[in-house]
Design a protein around this ligand. Structure first.
Ligand SMILES: [Mg+2]
Ligand SMILES: [Zn+2]
Length: 384
């Protein structure tokens, strides 16, 4: 298992008034906080958990994210009680943190360009820590990395001119043992203490960008341009897809990964539909409220499924589910059980679903009705 850690402690002082009452990652774009969009990008990989760690106005972040699941990944909020630096903050992570973990900047947006190769990398174990680097034509807003083959051997301060070169994307892969040792030695900051020390020891690997669009909105002009950049990224065609008996075989209220397999013929067709659409899973999971399995178990099952799909070169961008029983008397207000379109509305909060390019795929009349009500085409699948 591998966890992700996101540093959400940035005060965003360069943004002035914007961050007086709101922590920087909670600044809203198109009605949702920045962090929501970032976590969607992070949760594409099959992480088990995402830890959000910060101090400044952390209660707002806790209220919104703690205990949620995003694309099957559990999100947990941790308070940095010291606020003395990005390295020191990591001491507050639980000892159950995975030995290898990914670290993300909570104020830097990115896209993985080649998720298949990211997934391969995800399962490769090396002893060394590494930094994801991005090649830029104009590094004036960033500090350049000194690169020697596959190693980062030095760091430069922000340059004044427009130089070409590799910059730190804000993503790194770290090892708990290395981090603990650096904290023991009195290190406080990743950028000033840990990374320079590792690069001196020639043990900081460079990962050449399988990512693009590194976007730090920490300065006012970047903040102004971000909404239109984001619109492009979140708009397009979607394949909303039922789960049970469409993607995986369904023995009934399935939650045990050993009891279900991929519907492999369906997967081939779904892959075709996803050549120009993003896959998002929308599922009725009344087994949760019936007490057959927990929300956590439902998400664990989905994570197995997500991983199997990734291995088929199919990326799932979300898992949206209704946990409620269909009984209208006990749940008069549930809008999320298909064929109601609450799940469609949930998806639409962070994605601009272009209806004329989007399709619902499923095995039942309920899915078909959902498609009609949402105003998108329907494609019938059945797992045989
Ligand atoms: Mg189904
Ligand atoms: Zn519901």
């Amino acid at each position: 298992m591998t966890d992700a850690v996101v540093l959400v402690g940035g005060k965003g002082t360069r943004l002035g008034k914007l961050t007086n009452e709101v922590p920087k990652p909670m600044i809203s774009f198109h009605g949702e906080p920045f962090l929501e969009y970032l976590l969607i990008q992070i949760a594409v990989l099959p992480f088990e958990r995402i830890f959000l760690i910060g101090g400044y106005l952390i209660d707002q972040i806790r209220e919104r994210f703690d205990g949620r699941y995003i694309n099957g990944v559990e999100v947990l909020v941790i308070e940095d009680l010291d606020c003395t630096g990005t390295l020191n903050a990591l001491r507050f992570l639980p000892c159950s943190l995975s030995e290898k973990f990914y670290l993300f900047n909570g104020d830097t947006y990115f896209n993985f360009t080649d998720i298949t190769s990211e997934v391969e990398r995800f399962f490769v174990n090396t002893e060394n820590c590494s930094i994801y680097a991005v090649f830029v034509d104009d590094s004036s807003r960033y500090g350049l990395l000194d690169v020697d083959k596959n190693l980062v051997v030095g760091f430069h301060e922000k340059s004044s001119g427009a130089q070409q070169g590799y910059i730190n994307s804000g993503i790194s892969v770290l090892h708990r043992g290395v981090v603990e040792k650096a904290i023991e030695l009195g290190g406080k900051s990743l950028e000033r203490d840990l990374y320079p020390a590792l690069s001196k020891q020639k043990s900081l690997l460079l990962i050449k960008s399988a990512i693009k669009n590194v976007y730090d909105f920490g300065v006012p002009e970047a903040h102004e341009n971000f909404p239109s950049f984001l619109s492009n990224t979140i708009s397009g065609g979607f394949l909303l897809c039922d789960r049970d008996n469409t993607l995986n075989s369904d023995p009934g209220y399935v939650y045990d990964p050993d009891q279900s397999e991929l519907c492999i013929e369906n997967i081939l067709a779904i892959k075709k539909l996803c050549s120009d659409r993003r896959l998002i899973v929308v599922s009725n999971q009344s087994g949760i409220e019936r007490g057959y399995f927990s929300e956590k178990q439902s998400n664990i099952f989905y994570r197995y499924l997500k991983l199997k799909l990734l291995r088929q070169n199919l990326t799932s961008w979300g898992y949206y589910y209704c946990p409620h029983k269909p009984d209208k008397l006990s749940n008069p207000i549930c809008q999320c059980r298909k064929p109601n379109i609450g799940l469609f509305n949930q998806v639409s909060r962070c994605w601009n679903v272009e209806k004329n390019k989007s399709i619902m795929a499923g095995d039942s009349g309920t899915d078909r009705m959902f498609a009609i009500r949402a105003g998108i085409d329907f494609c019938y699948f059945n797992c045989k």
